[in-house]
Every structure is written in C-alpha cells, then in structure tokens.
Design a protein around this ligand. Structure first.
Ligand code: IMP
Ligand code: MG
Length: 185
C-alpha cells in the first residue's frame, strides 16, 4: 500500500480545524436537542471518526446505532441513485429523535434513500448532520441540518473517508493527485 504522502495533493482541512468545527456542531446539537430523545445514527464506514469525535462534545444523554448501505453497481466513485442496506439498525427508532451522522453528502442519493427508508419507521424527528458537503455535485435536493464544511468538487480522503478502503485513519481531510495515486490490485 502506498504511503499517502505520495499522492496527497493538498491538506484541505487540517485536524485542528476539523476538531474546532466538530466542537461547534456539538454545541449546536446540545442546544437544539435539549429535552429530546437524541439517537445518533452513524452511516458506516465513513462516519465513524466523525461520530466518535462529535459525541464527545454532546453533553446530553443520547444513544447511538449504526447502519451501512452500498450503492448498486460497481465500485465507481459515483452514486447510482439507488442504495441497498448492507447493515440495518439494531434498534427501533419509533419515538426517537434521530440524527444521521454522515461523512459526506455528494450527489445526495445515499442520504435521500436513507431518509426515505427511515421515515417509514416513524421516528419522532429525523435530521442530517454531515461533516462535508460537496454542494456542487448535488443531484437530488436533501435537507442538511448540520454541516461541517462545504468543500469543492474534488475527491477527498482521510478522517473516515477512504480511498479504496484505506487511509480512513488519517486525522485530516486531503485531496488526491490522481496522476500519483495507484489503486491496490
Ligand atoms: P452520494 O450518494 O453521492 O451523496 O455519496 C455519498 C457517499 O459517497 C459517501 O457516504 C461516501 O462514502 C462516498 N463519497 C463521495 N465523495 C467522496 C469523496 O470525495 N471521498 C470519499 N468518499 C466519497
Ligand atoms: Mg466510501
């Protein structure tokens, strides 16, 4: 596996900036969800680092759960518009104030399908918190209640986001130099 220094084009969001913004989002959530039945639903796998850091700033009592989805079709870096649940929630969300915790909203198809599906389970409320918003790429209108950063239309990795499943551990968000990146065989 290549060392990320070989293909890192630029550090788009350094670790300290991520952490500062995540603390602010936690504060907003603390205010908005006071007295509610907050249930954080992390979308695997990209959302794990964000969830872990965000929940440390949430001082309200809350619960967490996980779900995973995958786009139909190949491993192309493009959503196809339809998603399939590969791991469903463990718990019922009826009467809960569900906040989806996502790494990035790109075309919007993934979050739109998840919202549609979870709405049929009648949560008390259902909102979206995404760390990154690649707004220029939106193909379907989705409500985003909390967003960390709007980013340009570039493929990014690190802090939960993968490049062919690797590099999720890096503490910053970086952009890829496609000429220098070699996918694993
Ligand atoms: P959407 O359905 O097009 O909004 O895509 C959302 C999913 O695509 C995210 O949950 C990510 O897993 C993945 N994704 C989109 N853009 C990037 C990127 O720049 N880096 C890594 N993953 C990405
Ligand atoms: Mg991914």
């Amino acid at each position: 596996m290549q060392d990320h220094h070989n293909f890192l084009e630029e550090i788009l969001i350094p670790s300290e900036e991520l952490q500062e913004r995540i603390a602010e989002l936690g504060e907003e959530i603390n205010q908005d969800y006071f007295g509610k039945n907050l249930h954080l639903v992390c979308i695997l796998r990209g959302g794990v680092l964000f969830l872990a850091d965000l929940m440390r700033h949430i001082t309200l009592p809350h619960t967490i759960d996980f779900m995973a989805v995958s786009s139909y079709g190949t491993g192309a870096r493009q959503s196809t518009g339809q998603v399939r649940i590969t791991l469903d929630l463990k718990e019922d969300i009826h009467e809960r104030d569900v906040l989806l915790v996502e790494d990035i909203v790109d075309s919007g198809f993934t979050i739109a399908s998840i919202l549609e599906l979870l709405a049929t389970r009648h949560p008390r409320s259902l909102q979206v918190c995404t760390l990154l918003d690649k707004a220029e790429r939106r193909e379907i209108d989705v409500p985003i209640h909390y967003r960390g950063f709007v980013i340009p239309n570039k493929f990014v990795f690190g802090y939960g986001l993968d490049l062919d499943e690797y590099y999720r551990n890096l503490p910053f968000i970086g952009t890829v130099n496609p000429q220098k990146y070699q996918p694993p065989d």
